[in-house]
Design a binder for this molecule. Structure first.
Ligand SMILES: C[S@@+](CC[C@H](N)C(=O)[O-])C[C@H]1O[C@@H](n2cnc3c(N)ncnc32)[C@H](O)[C@@H]1O
Length: 192
């Protein structure tokens, strides 16, 4: 066995990837993580999905590929330029709602909403407002983060933030947690 992905990539993957490279966006999740996101997405038929940090829509495309027709995905980002790429290639998918907003604002306006799957790929819901994000998970819901192993683009002090986040997650009694030293470093929690 190798890590090679020998299954189909999302239809729009190459186009989004090309547009992403042209845009200068360099924070996209790696393809192994994206494949995991898709696989786990398929475990929640008729599910409510949330992605915090759309970027240009690369991870969004993979999550959508794992969704059944009855599922819905909300994906938010504060950067309209990058979000426009996601809109161009994925905007026709009725299951997807792309929201151009600040993470803090979104949490304020959506208190009480529940999800079966949260991919927290920006500050809010990960390094900020973690409690609020976990509170939004239904029982059995998945909480997924990546980039937990040291990354080249981490600024000074980020390692300490990452260490603290891991400790915070480990100390919670409302999540079953698995840390994977694989891809960019993945943590998966399932809400008790
Ligand atoms: C790691 S990237 C997301 C990458 C994307 N999920 C992917 O895998 O292709 C993080 C994203 O968070 C967005 N972001 C940063 N601060 C934010 C904020 N305060 N509110 C909303 N989005 C924010 C950035 O614009 C960026 O697109």
């Amino acid at each position: 066995m190798t890590e090679e992905i020998n299954q189909n990539y999302p239809k729009a993957y190459q186009q989004i990837n090309t547009a992403t490279m042209a845009s200068g966006f360099n924070m996209a999740s790696d393809v192994l993580t994206c494949s995991l996101l898709k696989t786990l997405a398929a475990s929640k038929p008729s599910g409510s999905f949330l992605e915090l940090g759309t970027g240009t829509g690369l991870s969004t495309a993979w999550i959508l590929d794992g969704l059944d027709e009855q599922s819905t995905l909300i994906s938010i980002d504060h950067d309209a330029k990058f979000l426009a790429i996601a809109k161009d290639y994925l905007g026709d998918d009725d299951r997807l709602t792309l929201v151009n907003t600040d993470g803090a604002e979104w949490f304020k306006e959506n208190e009480g909403k529940k999800f079966d799957y949260i991919f927290a790929d920006t500050w809010h819901g990960k390094y900020l407002l973690l409690d609020e994000a976990i509170a939004m998970l239904n029982k059995g819901g998945l909480y997924i983060i990546d980039d937990m192993l040291p990354q080249q683009n981490w600024p000074d002090g980020h390692q300490e933030k990452a260490n603290k986040l891991i400790k915070d997650l480990e100390s919670r009694d409302d999540l079953h947690l698995t840390k994977q030293v694989w891809a960019t470093g993945i943590v998966i929690g399932v809400k008790k």
